[in-house]
Design a protein around this ligand. Sequence first.
Ligand code: H79
Length: 458
Amino acid sequence: MFKTYQITFLCFIILAFTIIIFSFTALAQDYTKESKEQKDQRMKWWREARFGLFIHWGLYAIPAGKWGDKTHYGEWIRHEAQIPLPEYEKLLTQFNPVKFNAKEWVRMAKDAGMKYIVITSKHHDGFCLFDSKVTDWDVMSTPFQRDILKELSDACKEEGIKMCFYYSIMDWHHPDYLPRREWEKEQRPEGDANYDRYIEYMKAQLKELVNNYGPLGILWFDGEWENTWTHDKGVDMYNYVRSLQPDIIINNRVDTGRSGMAGLSTSENVGDYGTPEQEVPAKGLPGVDWETCMTMNKHWGYNEYDKFFKSTKVLIQLLVDIVSKGGNFLLNVGPMANGEFPPESVERLREIGEWMKVNSESIYGTMASPFDKPSWGRYTQKKAENGNTILYAHVFQYEPDGKIKIPTDKKPVKVWLLKDPSKSVKTTSKKGNLIIHLPKIEPDPNDTVIGLEFEGNL
Ligand code: H79
């Protein structure tokens, strides 16, 4: 018979083995091999959201675009103005955004109809907007000494907005990051810089971000184009971040396959979606997830001289254009050094929100339209719960005869004006087309939306 101590010993061995095997399979898990159903499930909220807020904020908000006699800089100021590190580091003592109010920021995004916020946890200058235990180059070393990302992620949780973090792979501050800028090779010799140690630093920070501020919606990588970053490192990082939070979404800039600013990758590359930057693809891309990120004026980071803001109308029509092609819109704000959004951005967010309050059902959960782009505007569509198809006609321009033509011989079971569903909208048919007689109302200068419900598919 076994003695008690033998049984205890046996149990211990079995337990130890189980733990070893479990941790081994957890480490070895390849998250890039999930099924289509698993990916669909993970991407569900993102595909429905369609509209998010990008925030570029950091030490570069203090010079506000100006260095010496030039005023065209933004978040790239250290690189472009070739500011030596000791001088740039002085900004740390000046960062004190006393007007920062996380709840107000989240409220502004939510009122604009945005469903997620992506903020720069660390941009190329390496400065961290969160309390990182692995560096002093962070917000806790500034006079402000408040964990900005903690306050924001708490506010996002309260308001039901997905908190997401931008994280730059390129880092102009960390001693182990390589390569050095050409112009600072003498001031900052590479010495015994060790890129593998830099990757450990990234991983430690990403763990802090997911564990202390999560669950997160997205990790939005950037700065992946220098030759020290490779496809294999990208795959490893993708799996690492997924292992921290399996349902997290990761953009394609974690890998090296991005086609420049057009932003899309091939299927050999990892990353859950493509990231066109400052541009919108000409056509929808069936089966491909993508998100256009764009500035409201010409800079990502705050530049007090840049007053070239797109109008609210342009921004709304960009959102509709992107959504009509099956993409998401990530619209940027570069907050000022005092912690407030620039007034021009506040105004545009508010006006977009006014339009969204009336028309957001033609944005959320919609897909690319089945028809070619019409001369008068755009289409979006979605499936109703009863299996019917709802088509939204986004009328950017009222035609002189007050009619628009939709290329279908199907008759809608319901037609309505989103702005005023009590107004009746007349439809007729002509040569296989459906003709909509636009109601005689004052058109919305941004986009007047007509909903049409059809039985089954279009
Ligand atoms: O964070 C904002 C910008 O600071 C950052 N991305 C947005 C979201 C940005 N970094 N660089 N750029 C924008 C422009 C740089 C483009 C280039 Fe390249 C890098 C040209 C060559 C290397 C990317 C990679 C485009 C082509 C290859």
